[in-house]
Each structure stands twice: as structure tokens, then as C-alpha cells.
Design a protein. Structure first.
Length: 199
């Protein structure tokens, strides 16, 4: 696996530092949101109205680290979207694979994904979630590619890193289902990509 890596774009220490900072930012914003909800009432400060919705499978590792930075009562409801079948390195459009979490009405929802590229994945999930009338929706991504062609406008309020328009793997991101367990965000060698395609 490691010999397929051409270079490390973002190393594990840098990721960890940024995830901690994102956690602090999210915690402060969500606590403020909950205080507004509770204004005039003496309800407990965290009544379980925060729901994190990670998009499988890419957001798995990021979300696991991120939610452990949040000292809030929250629940996790996963959603599966497929957009990169097999050995493709370009988006083929987003499709919901499986059930959408229900009962998001009145909740403060944080949608988490590994990367914002064309925007189709997050755009689809955001639309479906908003139909349930949540109290608020926030989008949090580990990576964003500012130079990629956006097929759908998505406003990610929390972004770990802006990266060049290159195909990356590691820390949850895959190529052909593999490399998610690389601890750093990496660029693969051309030959590893060609090899998987049998070229
Ligand atoms: P979008 O729908 O915004 O085009 O793409 C989002 C999804 O495409 C992400 O959840 C991710 O699975 C995949 N994706 C986009 N860019 C990359 C990349 O550079 N590397 C990997 N591994 N997946 C990517
Ligand atoms: Mg994904």
C-alpha cells in the first residue's frame, strides 16, 4: 500500500491540529445555537438536538476524530451516497445508496463529508435533509477543491483544507475501495492507478 504513494500532501499531525480547531469552532457555534433555542427556558444546555450526518464511506475517519473533539450531547446518523464507482477518479454524479436518516425536523444538523469537489454529493444530501425542516443545517468538509468545476453550489461553512485539483487518498478517502487507512492525505503514483485498471 505505502509503495503506491507518490507524495504526502497533508501529514497526520497537520490533520490532527486542524480537526481539533474545527471541533472547537463547531462546538462554539452549536453551543450558541442551543443557547438561543433555550432562551427564556431553563432546559439543560444540551438537549440532544445536535445530529451529525456523516456521508459514508469517505467521512468515516474524519467524523470519528471530529466528534471526539465536541463536548456536546449529539447523535450520529449515517447516510450512504455513491459517486465514484470502481477505478474512476472523476465524479459520475451522486446517488443515494440506502436510507436517509429520518426525524431531523427541529434538529441542528451537521453534514460531514471527506471532500467537496463538484458539489453533487453534498448538494443532494443537503436538499434531502432540508426537506425534513431541521432547525439548522451546517456543512463540514475535511477537504475542498476550489479549482474544480462545481456542478452544484454548496456552501461549506467548515473546511479543513483547500487543496489543488488533484486526486487524493488516505484518512478515509479511497481509490477503488482501498487506501482509506493511510493516516496521511496522499497522492498516488500513476502506475498504482493504471495497475488497478489493468492498464
Ligand atoms: P462531489 O460530489 O463533490 O463531486 O464529490 C464528492 C465525493 O467524491 C467525495 O465524497 C469523494 O468520495 C469523492 N471525491 C472527490 N474528489 C476526490 C479525491 O480527490 N479523492 C477521493 N478519494 N475521492 C474524491
Ligand atoms: Mg465519498
Amino acid at each position: 500500500m505505502v509503495r503506491d504513494v507518490l507524495s504526502i500532501l497533508i501529514d497526520r499531525e497537520k490533520i490532527a491540529g486542524r480537526v481539533r480547531a474545527l471541533g472547537r469552532e463547531l462546538a462554539a457555534d452549536l453551543e450558541a445555537e442551543l443557547r438561543r433555542d433555550n432562551a427564556g427556558r431553563d432546559a439543560a444546555e444540551d438537549a440532544g438536538r445536535v445530529v451529525f450526518v456523516p456521508i459514508l464511506t469517505g467521512a468515516l475517519i474524519f467524523t470519528a476524530d471530529l466528534v471526539r473533539e465536541l463536548p456536546l450531547k449529539l447523535s450520529l446518523r449515517v447516510v450512504a451516497v455513491s459517486s465514484y464507482p470502481g477505478t474512476s477518479v472523476e465524479s459520475k454524479g451522486a446517488k443515494l445508496a440506502g436510507e436517509l436518516p429520518r426525524d431531523l425536523a427541529g434538529k441542528h444538523v451537521v453534514v460531514v463529508d471527506d471532500i467537496l469537489d463538484s458539489g453533487q454529493t453534498l448538494g443532494l444530501v443537503e436538499d434531502l435533509i432540508r426537506m425534513q425542516k431541521p432547525a439548522s443545517v451546517r456543512v463540514c468538509v475535511l477537504l475542498r477543491k476550489p479549482e474544480s468545476v462545481r456542478k452544484r453550489a454548496v456552501e461549506a461553512r467548515y473546511v479543513g483544507f483547500d487543496i489543488p485539483n488533484e486526486f487524493v487518498v488516505g484518512y478515509g478517502l479511497d481509490f477503488d475501495g482501498f487506501y482509506r487507512n493511510l493516516p496521511d492525505i496522499c497522492v498516488l503514483k500513476d502506475e498504482a492507478i493504471r495497475g488497478a485498471r489493468g492498464q
